[in-house]
Design a protein around this ligand. Sequence first.
Ligand SMILES: *Cc1c(COP(=O)(O)O)cnc(C)c1O
Length: 363
Amino acid sequence: MSDLHRVHNFNAGPGALPLEVLQQAQAELLDFKGTGMSVMEMSHRSKEFESVIKTAEADLRDLLGISNDYKIMFLQGGATLQFAMLPMNLRPAGASADYVVTGTWSKTAVKEAKKLGATRVAATTEASNFNCLPETYDFDPKAAYVHYTMNETIHGVEFFNEPVIPEGVPLVCDTSSNFISRPIDVSKYALLYAGAQKNAGPAGVTVVIARDDMLARTPDNLPVMLDYKTLAEKESLHNTPPSFAIYMVGLVFQWAKKMGGLAAIEKVNREKAAIVYDAIDKSGGFYRGHVVPAARSLMNIPFRLPSEELEDTFAKEAKNAGLIGLKGHRSVGGMRASVYNAVTIEGAKALSQFMAEFQKRNG
Ligand SMILES: *Cc1c(COP(=O)(O)O)cnc(C)c1O
């Protein structure tokens, strides 16, 4: 394997996958467990695929400690479809839903929810270009649910505690970009969803974790592909599911268990993030983080350099040094390092070292 070419991949999504997972998929590609075919080629009704999807579900329950009063769905349409499915299913006609807006993704969720009914913004940090968490909230105690985004992938803001909401109001969360990056208390949530391609697998599958009482809210007239209740009852097999993507997230769940579970993964993620934030903080202002320290994401780290010209040079030279995907999103500008589960400590150290050297040459 000495000729294997792998870069340090800081892409924001689709993002890096663990090498071991890719190698296992490669080894099983032509002949999955003696079937003589790939998971891509087999019936989604076969007993082999049933075992793939059931194992993925069981491993996720195990990793996140999900109790039996929650259903797990493997759906298509990305987190973006959840922005619409959620109000269609959970917000009864005439009711209103509350949204916490902390970045591009929660703002986009509001935009979709508004098309379909009453939507309130209970807090927003837009005035400071989403560089912090809200200090105060104005929740509606009668809201159908409260929606927030646990990690804002573009702005690099992450919640480490759930917002405190009125009792009895269901809490709903977009956890796309910090999914399985650390333990969370699922019992605090009515519903969680995550597009897999940020931290848990390839694009094409979205994991939805929904408490049973939320499924009872689904109205009767929804098209079936938008209907949580039916999709959950059919155990994600109402129609052909994204079978290969489900297989891949299943391998990532197994990998996460092998790494020691989410507490062990969090430890590594904290170490990686600290390496990159230290490189920013010790640069004497050459590198400037977008987010105030208390709200810094462990997954996505946006930062600026003294000029756009230097930022372009940084991206180019980093790429030549095997550090890929560091150009930031245009709404924040500058650079963004995404240090998802599959990015190694070695990768974070390589980035930190490159940052120090680049500053020496250009500071
Ligand atoms: C990427 C992302 C989305 C959109 O995901 P798609 O799968 O492209 O629809 C939504 N929310 C968050 C937090 C994201 O990071």
